[in-house]
Design a protein around this ligand. Structure first.
Ligand SMILES: C[S@@+](CC[C@H](N)C(=O)[O-])C[C@H]1O[C@@H](n2cnc3c(N)ncnc32)[C@H](O)[C@@H]1O
Length: 256
């Protein structure tokens, strides 16, 4: 059962996978988007792992009719050596997992692919975002506004006591996969076309976090800054159709 509504990255993975069976599939960093895609595939069983109880609940609610008795959602942390110990999956998906690890297991990123290696029988697909926050000021208007929103968002997240995501570049992923015992088959890039929904998600995330800030004057100034960034981003979207800035990647690897 395949549909056309899944993202370009998932469609790319389907093409790369070709006619090979998906078999038992591990969604190693699950979410609403990945589980909806996973449940549409012809797997023999799937296991979806998340580090947060609220993510697990969201994923459970997002599943349409694709959960069978052999499919499960597991709440755990990859730093825990007991998590899925001894299990093997034909296909492993690490979908925007690497960037999120900072929130759940800081400094574990270098070990993530070694941790997934014994669980992978045939294919590992890694998706991620080329880092766009810790870069020099972009030249394009769309690039600059996305960069400013990212910096603003991460500053708010830090000020309110949380850890922002930390994205890793695809060459780092390729190198880390090789060191973990994988052969990298393909690296593909896709440019995002961010619209109002992206901008609203980022700025609204900050607005709710800022409610908890005890320095109310700082919170007010930051909310105003968020409103200005939202307005500027909307201007660019109405002129250019979308914010074409960030590059996402799919890396396909196989155990050696
Ligand atoms: C950004 S979300 C994944 C996006 C998702 N695939 C989607 O559908 O959009 C990251 C996921 O990885 C999980 N995660 C991050 N670090 C983890 C860790 N150390 N152990 C287990 N799960 C982790 C998070 O709990 C979350 O479920």
């Amino acid at each position: 059962m395949k549909t056309q509504k899944h993202s370009a990255l998932y469609r790319c993975i389907e093409r790369l996978h070709g006619e090979r069976p998906w078999g038992a599939l591990l969604d190693a960093g699950t979410g609403v988007k990945s589980i909806r895609w996973v449940e549409s595939l012809s797997t023999t069983r799937w296991t979806a792992v998340t580090g947060a109880a609220n993510h697990a609940a969201e994923v459970r609610n997002a599943i349409k009719s694709g959960q069978r008795p052999q499919d499960r959602i597991v709440l755990g942390n990859w730093v825990d050596a007991e998590l899925l110990k001894g299990e093997v999956f034909d296909t492993v998906l690490a979908d925007y997992l690497l960037g999120a690890v900072e929130g759940f297991a800081p400094y574990f990123q270098s070990y993530l692919f070694s941790r997934l290696r014994p669980l992978t029988r045939s294919a590992l697909y890694v998706t991620g975002l080329e880092p766009y926050v810790p870069t020099d000021r972009p030249e394009t208007r769309a690039g600059r506004i996305v960069w400013e929103i990212g910096r603003f968002r991460d500053a708010c997240v830090l000020l309110t006591g949380d850890r922002p995501y930390r994205e890793y570049p695809s060459p780092w992923v390729v190198d880390s996969l090789k060191r973990a015992g994988f052969a990298v088959r393909t690296v593909k890039h896709f440019t995002s076309r961010y619209k109002e929904r992206f901008v609203n998600t980022q700025i609204d995330l900050c607005a709710s976090a800022l409610e908890t800030l005890s320095d109310r004057a700082l919170a007010k100034a930051l909310k105003e800054r968020g409103a200005a960034l939202r307005a500027e981003a909307f201007d660019v979207i109405s002129e250019e159709g979308a914010l074409r800035a960030c590059r996402n990647y799919v890396v396909a690897a196989e155990p050696v």
